[in-house]
Design a protein around this ligand. Sequence first.
Ligand code: NAG
Ligand code: NAG
Length: 254
Amino acid sequence: MFLVVLSLLAVCVTAEDPESAVLRLEDVPAAEAFIDSSEVAVIGFFETDDARGYPEFLAAAARMKALSVALCSEKLVWAKYGIASDTISIFRKADLHQEHLNLSEAKKLDADGLVRFMTMNNVRYVTEYNQASAVGLFQSEVKTHVLLLATRGRADSDPLQERFRDLAPKYTGKMLFVLVNGSEKSNARVLEYFGLESRDLPRIGIYDGSSDKQWLMPADEITTERVQSFCDSFLAGELQKQNEPDTPEDKTEL
Ligand SMILES: *[C@@H]1O[C@H](CO)[C@@H](O)[C@H](O)[C@H]1NC(C)=O
Ligand SMILES: *[C@@H]1O[C@H](CO)[C@@H](O)[C@H](O)[C@H]1NC(C)=O
């Protein structure tokens, strides 16, 4: 009998329980450490486990494997982050942004919607461009994007992407670094916007949403120094004084 109970317990513990997989933040230092530990941190501030949106949040979290997700019902932590009622909050490093979804104001709540919300707001030091991330990029208060247009997507071993990743944190709050896989058909318009074809890649470009203008770094080897001076000359306003960039035919966003 004892053995049966033990093995039942083991089954209960190891069974896929979305709730047990999510970290619970019990105090302010734990919350600070959690937020600090990743580029994008998601916290579900739920007062109780039977709160509206709670199961949907856990279901969405289980699908967002690449995101750090935690739960917090500790009121001292709520006070620190200005949370007054059940809220899903996203804390980002790349543009120092906090996005709060007030659950009592949300009309419709389902796991798909929450996955979209998290995907859209998953803006990192280097964000891979696609239809979902584009929404989050364009909603950011940081309006200048530095693009690495290459013929492949995110690859950790790619030395060019590595240089780009190393540079991005230096421009926190000033520029968002974006990786565009130019082989992806859905990104053809981005290449077109810069007047490029896939055989021209890799190239570095800057898109400025405030002026709706774009600049290409002259074709040559893409070194850290060249990208850095390209970014710095934009921030210093020098790039903008050089020959006016071609006006794109239609003014639609990337
Ligand atoms: C969320 O919405 C409710 C209802 O409108 C409101 O009482 C509460 O203050 C809001 N919370 C925040 C953090 O804005
Ligand atoms: C880039 O896009 C191409 C075309 O869709 C795809 O085959 C390739 O896997 C992508 N690269 C990465 C690393 O995602």
